[in-house]
Write a protein that binds this ligand. Sequence first.
Ligand code: NAD
Length: 274
Amino acid sequence: MKTVLVTGCSSGIGRATALEFRRREWTVYATARDPYDLTDLADAGCETDTLDVTSQSDVDRVVDRIVESEGRIDCLVNNAGYGQFGPIEDVPISRVHAQFDVNVYGPHRLTRAVLPHMRERGEGTIVNVSSTAGRLASPMMGVYAGSKHALEAMSDALRAEVDSFGVDVVLVEPGPVKTPFGDRAMEMLDDLPRSDGYEDLYHIQRDTNVMGGGGGTFGVRPDAVAETIVDAANVADPAARYPVGDIAKLGVLGRYLPDRIRDRLFDLVRWVMS
Ligand code: NAD
């Protein structure tokens, strides 16, 4: 049986991914910061463990446990993450550090821990859960988009570095997904120190959520993202990127607009919505 390690399984995409791998008869190591959140995944047949992606000792302990018990890690899913939204000016540097610690350094810690084992066996897949925000940065999402852009850049470099060892690197790029992500992002937005001048953007983000951030009318179900992740882990030659949902497919195209036109579009949305 193939073995997968999934981070951030307390809720949303991580939980759905653990269950989908289990349904397809993989040995699943579902992890989260709080193991009590994982009892139903344990009941469903997953192995569970405590893993905060900002803790090097957690990462080393869990990877060592899997290698010792299973002798292999076929797939790593770097899913854990959250959205620090807000105007760039209002996000304190400590919050930027925290955002990158989870969304960028977390996947980096895990990748460094699993790669020696994957290279030794000459196979493996690393799936990094990015976002449309990893391709397109919109107002109020600069810090989050910065973290996902960094994840995308590191994944692109890594893919070329490890291809010859038989290791695949895949980016999954959902648009809005119906998970607790959006509510958590709004909580983190609400306690930012606000400077003058961005009231309209706060209004748009808080009241209409038009610029993204989890769920809403257009959100896809986490199962759709989970299926994409598990499909990518099960094919011999996966694509580099998998946008998930119509918004994601459309959003990625926004990256190719000339900068001036994209900026004008953001201005237009700001003017119409405020
Ligand atoms: P979610 O909030 O339900 O799940 C995120 C999980 O990450 C939670 O279980 C949380 O506890 C965990 N987490 C946060 N910090 C952690 C840490 N330090 N160590 C370990 N776990 C930690 O939201 P989700 O939508 O399932 O998000 C999963 C991934 O999908 C994230 O990387 C997110 O950026 C990405 N994503 C979400 C959306 C969306 O609209 N929901 C869209 C695009 C991308």
